[in-house]
Design a protein around this ligand. Structure first.
Ligand SMILES: Nc1ncnc2c1ncn2[C@@H]1O[C@H](COP(=O)(O)OP(=O)(O)OP(=O)(O)O)[C@@H](O)[C@H]1O
Ligand SMILES: [Mg+2]
Length: 273
């Protein structure tokens, strides 16, 4: 279980990105985090594993407060948190397998990782994870030879190789097409359910969040302004989160995009005839 208590962050520039955010994410729950650009979504995710130092509050992961830890302890505790980024953050010239194994680095002595010699059980498990995310046949390919969706699957397998107690996911589908986005979301949900993992998924796409998340938290200007199940996310609630103008613009953008997609589909099927 993850508990955030009055988590706050004011950057050195004076920007207050988070104000007293308190949230509890129980085991197995996957929580979607939505909100306009600059609302503090990435800051929230980064404060949890202290890629960004919070200026106030507590982060309790299964009863350990991560905020008070010194460097060495923090390094150990970070193993418990799997991060999945939009930009995949894979090592391009390494193979899929090596990228997944790099999730074990926090556990393997430095000399072994330097020589890239991992214990046999790590390798067996990495194969099982690659199988789980549907990439077994690509284990020996270089990361830079993969598609966006495949790369995100490697990112997921690598995070799982860490054997995490929490998953933090920042815009996992931002660079993917709609179908691949749904596949990746589904995979994330299934994996969290299988392992009883709590997860926070920062997600731009509101319909995608509504389709897949059990719980949605809306941030606006660093504060929680919505917290509930997706069916409570009404037009009013969305206006509270995004503001009238932004939300209408977003909807219009979506409609235009849907129309453009339909148009493209029509043209492609006309060509196929
Ligand atoms: N390193 C930084 N230094 C100063 N201010 C920052 C820094 N990172 C973020 N901010 C500010 O903190 C606020 C929240 O930013 P954050 O990146 O968390 O938003 P976000 O919700 O993830 O936005 P987006 O949807 O665009 O990714 C913004 O006002 C931003 O300008
Ligand atoms: Mg962000």
């Amino acid at each position: 279980m993850l508990i955030l208590q009055s988590l706050s962050k004011t950057y050195k520039t004076g920007d207050t990105a988070l104000s007293e955010v308190s949230l509890t994410v129980p085991k197995g729950q996957i929580m979607g985090l939505i909100g306009p650009s600059g609302a503090g979504k990435s800051t929230l995710i980064r404060c949890i594993n202290r890629l960004v130092e919070p200026t106030g509050g507590q982060v309790l992961l299964n009863d350990v407060d991560l905020v008070g830890l010194g460097k060495r302890e923090l390094r150990q505790q970070r193993r418990r948190i799997g991060m999945i980024f939009q930009e995949y953050a894979l090592v391009e010239r390494l193979t899929v397998m090596e990228n997944v194994l790099s999730g074990r680095l926090g556990y393997v002595p430095f000399w072994r990782s330097y020589l890239r010699r991992f214990p046999a059980e790590d390798i067996t498990r990495a194969y099982a994870l690659l199988d789980r995310v549907g990439l077994l046949q690509h284990a020996d390919k270089r990361a830079d030879a993969l598609s966006g969706g495949q790369r995100q699957r490697v990112g997921i397998a690598r995070a799982l190789a860490q054997d995490p107690e929490l998953l933090l996911v920042d815009e996992p589908t931002a660079s993917l097409d709609p179908k691949t986005s749904r596949q990746i979301m589904r995979l994330l949900i299934e994996i969290c359910a299988e392992r009883g993992l709590p997860a926070i998924v920062n997600i731009h796409d509101v319909p995608l969040a509504q389709q897949f998340m059990q719980r949605i938290v809306g941030l606006r200007a660093g504060r929680v302004v919505f917290d509930g199940s997706p069916d409570l996310l009404t037009q009013d609630a969305l206006t509270t989160i995004y503001g009238e103008e932004d939300w209408n613009a977003m909807r219009k953008g979506d409609e235009e995009q849907t129309a453009a997609e339909a148009d493209a589909r029509d043209r492609i099927s006309a060509l196929a005839r």
